[in-house]
Write a protein that binds this ligand. Sequence first.
Ligand SMILES: [Zn+2]
Length: 398
Amino acid sequence: MRSYILMISLPLFAYLKNRSGMLFKDIIGQEEIKKKLIKTVEENRISHAQLFSGPEGAGCLPLAIAYAQYISCENRSGNDSCGTCHSCLKYSKLIHPDLHFILPVASTPKVKEPLTDKFLEEWRVSFLENPYLNPAEWYKAIGLDNKQGFINVAESYEIIRKLSLKSYESEYKVVIIWLPEKMNKPTANKLLKIIEEPPSKTLFLMITENSTNILPTIYSRVQMIRIPKLEEAEILLTLQQKFDFEEVKMKDAAHLADGNYLKALNVLERAEENKLHFEKFTTLMRLCWTNDIPEILNWVEEIARVGRESQKQFLDYGLRIIRENFFININQGISDVINRMTQYESDFSVNFSKFIDKNNVFGITNEFNQASLHIGANANGKIVFLDMANKLVKLIKK
Ligand SMILES: [Zn+2]
């Protein structure tokens, strides 16, 4: 699974400082969805079990929480929560007593019997720092390392217990289930009855990035809200409002993001690294084309000195550029739909794509993949890259 873990702390969400909670206006794009959600409240036809389904970085989770806050707001307008009432203030810290969470978790050195409530502090910090967070970031925040989180049957007992109590402060009790696909069968079976016949004024808002993995018994009982990926222009506008990077970098990030805001942030943070990979890659291709053995040896010496992780990232980078160039070659030109490249990569590819065709693309791709496998298996970097360069010379020269 790819993960977009933020490496440096960017001032992502200024609104978190003004403590008004998750307002619709702070969510990127999705105007039609917002209108539809607001309409359900205005027309008093809020469905008691809803599934927000959309790709990573589209905003399903912040939308569901903004919706819950709007329903609970004591002074809402026709288009947003007030941000200042008693309820909104509690939502701004995710501490409203009628807002419950069920999240994927697992045992950690500190928590032996995992249950969402034992990770609520981490959840508040993680979500408030970045409402667009993905599962990998969440698992990292609670110290799961390479483990996955699950929703186990203890959560079902706990939520049934909580829902049997009366609402504290709001008309509605809201249960946010983030990633219902992480439920196993016993958990789902236990929850079914209460989802089918919930206590009055109880809402289940589920959020998924992978609706096909949800157990059918749950899936068939929810009203589906499909959240589309974001528009490139919406992502660009958000980046421009929040950050102070060079314009061309933000344009590249919005373009490469492919509708995923989280990915746009990641691209911005990795812009420097990307540029270095690009330089290494273009140098290698030029040297292989001219069959410049002494310089190829220098190039190999250089890459053999960087860490294995970096070597693997370089190889991944190379695979992406090769793939894009092959697409350009067979489509006879750079098409915006499939072209996911920065400006400088596109400029380079105008010529380079002529050299990547159906006769060599599989061979070249195979060399990069093999090198990646060998590096992953701790083979000697110098030998791996020298071998790869030798074969590329033959594959690229025609
Ligand atoms: Zn309010």
